[in-house]
Design a protein around this ligand. Structure first.
Ligand code: ACO
Ligand code: KIV
Ligand code: MG
Length: 523
């Protein structure tokens, strides 16, 4: 059935109106206050996103809140701009009416608690007084706009008969949208669906208004409750970007919108949200408030389209639909991310090598993959530079000497000891030596296994990537009879990295010797 709404005109039954309350309920989260300029930026972003109603603030709350609602009303042209007011607040409705006056489409949203608990202990009002204030509040609001919303605060914990009387009163006195909030996040999907179905069936005039749902996340049920309310007949959804809001927050806009879009088969509703903007609006809010979303946050968390486990990565590479129910592009991410880590397999490793420009044979890939697994066990994050360092170390051909293993004991109480194994011309050779520190011991062991005249001309160590678990990249410069070569090594262990660099330099020197190359200044 189509409802004729003062702001939207005819609203078809398969449309859901998206009411964003990031700037009002969202801002009520401790620490999430926004200044005027930030609120205007957010409001413009919400309008561009396609939000139908922007709840811009609670104008009576402070001069700053009044001013921000007023300014938003001046700049927002497409979305309805809404101001909150207490049904029985002395100046609330006047303040809201004045603040939204300049908006081409404007709404006053007045509310009052209807549950026995709230009426008795918080408002200290009789139910009859509440009914009178609902009527008065709505009538007063209609003096400023035809688009009036009324909310039954703590509606989900309200006695059904009384809730029906409240809603009937609200409609009779001018409300065009009726919101039944789950103010404390207490309801369940089945219960909320039944509440909406009951109100639509029992309340006279219910078929001429839009029912709205507003769900808090205290039990993590905000989105589930919202979708159940829609199944029960709600056609306006109140939500916030990133799910911010009182206590555990409100139902998240991006989650609801993508649930509807992704499961159109079960939730056959349309809305105006331009979903590729979801990520940028989420990030704008995070930047403004200083609160990032958690990595595993649906849709906009950094891991929402990231895969580390090999079996999933393999599936994604074969067909992304195996592990992704929507495309990253559809919500603003540029692409799926295959993160290499200890759970990854060969498929993703090979894919990464290709992306980094390496064309390696199967054996080389296998060698590099084995070293990658060892590294990934040691490191939390394996970066592209880690892979490059590791593969560059692995792709050296024609090397007579190859690193096999190293054990080092070092400390302040005794000389360092190194037990080194190298593969020299295909044969394992070992040495156990002491030295003045672990690097000296390890380099002495190289000299024991493979005696040579070259001297160390330079030794430098740096980190390939960030963090204490980063790979060390070492450069060793060796000099022999006027020949000079640089060798590089990389490893999560600094001394192993140094030995790899030394062995690399030594191999280069041997090549130079064999070729009988003339003296050179550098490798
Ligand atoms: C569920 C929600 O999210 S509701 C919105 C919550 N948001 C906010 O509260 C943020 C903005 N609030 C404020 O700035 C202030 O609370 C104000 C300006 C609204 C009121 O400030 P104060 O006058 O100092 O009152 P205070 O905040 O201490 O208490 C709230 C009063 O409003 C009353 N009240 C609450 N809802 C309503 C209502 N719908 N109609 C009439 N009175 C109400 C309370 O009973 C209490 O009245 P009392 O002072 O007579 O006991
Ligand atoms: C003001 C109302 C709609 C509210 O935020 C709530 O009840 O949670
Ligand atoms: Mg709320």
């Amino acid at each position: 059935m189509t409802i004729n709404h003062p702001s939207f005109g005819p609203v078809a039954d398969d449309r859901v109106i998206i009411f964003d309350t990031t700037l009002r309920d969202g801002e009520q989260s401790p620490g999430f206050s926004m200044n005027l300029e930030e609120k205007i930026r957010m409001a413009k972003a919400l309008e561009a996103l396609g939000v139908d109603v922007i709840e811009a603030g609670f104008p009576v709350a402070s001069p700053g809140d009044f001013e921000s609602v007023q300014k938003i009303a001046e700049v927002v042209r497409e979305s309805v701009v809404c101001g909150l007011a207490r049904s029985g607040g002395k100046r609330d409705i006047e303040a809201a009416g004045e603040a939204i006056a300049r908006a081409p489409r404007r709404r006053i949203h007045n509310f009052i608690s209807t549950s026995p608990l709230h009426m008795k202990y918080k408002l200290r009002m009789e139910p009859e007084t509440v009914l009178e204030l609902i009527a008065e509040g709505n009538r007063a609001s209609r003096r400023y706009t035809d688009d009036v919303q009324w909310s039954a605060e703590d509606g989900s914990r309200t006695e059904p008969d009384f809730l029906c009387r409240c809603v009937e009163t609200a409609i009779r006195h001018g409300a065009t949208t009726i919101n039944i909030p789950d103010t404390v996040g207490f309801t369940t999907p089945e219960e909320l669906q039944a509440i909406f179905a009951m109100l639509r069936e029992r309340v006279p005039g219910a078929d001429g208004v839009i029912f709205s749902t507003h769900n808090h996340n205290d039990l993590g049920l905000g989105v589930a409750n919202t979708l159940a309310a829609v199944a029960g007949g709600a056609r306006q959804i109140e939500c916030t970007i990133n799910g911010i809001g009182e206590r555990a927050g409100n139902a998240a806009l991006e989650e609801i919108v993508m649930a509807i879009r992704t499961r159109r088969d079960r939730i056959p509703f349309v809305n105006r949200i331009d979903t590729p903007q979801l990520l940028s609006v989420s990030r704008l809010l995070a930047t403004i408030t200083g609160f990032d979303v958690q990595p595993n946050k649906a849709i906009v968390g950094r891991n929402a389209f990231a895969h580390e486990s090999g079996i999933h990565q393999d599936g994604i590479l074969k067909n992304a639909a195996t592990y992704e129910i929507m495309t990253p592009e559809s919500v603003g991410w540029s692409k799926t991310s295959l993160v290499l880590g200890k759970h990854s397999g060969r498929a993703a490793f090979r894919d990464k090598l290709r992306a980094l420009g390496y064309a390696l044979g199967d054996n080389k890939v296998q060698d590099a993959f084995e070293r990658f697994k060892v590294l990934a066990d040691q490191k939390k994050t394996v970066f592209d530079d880690d892979i490059r360092a590791l593969v560059d170390d692995e792709t050296r051909d024609h090397e007579r000497i190859r690193f096999v293993s190293l054990d080092v004991r070092a400390g302040s109480r005794r000389p360092a000891e190194a037990a080194l194994e190298l593969l020299v011309d295909g044969e394992i050779r070992k040495a156990e030596v002491t030295g003045n520190g672990p690097v000296d011991a390890a380099f002495t062991a190289i000299g024991t296994i493979f005696p040579h005249e070259a001297t160390l001309a330079l030794f430098s160590i740096g980190a390939v990537t960030e963090g204490t678990d980063a790979q060390a990249r070492t450069t060793v410069r060796l000099q022999e009879a006027g020949k000079m070569v640089d060798g590089q090594g990389a490893d999560a262990d600094t001394v192993v990295s140094a030995v790899r660099a030394y062995v690399h330099a030594l191999n280069k020197l041997l090549v130079k010797r064999e070729r009988g190359e003339p003296e050179a200044l550098s490798a």
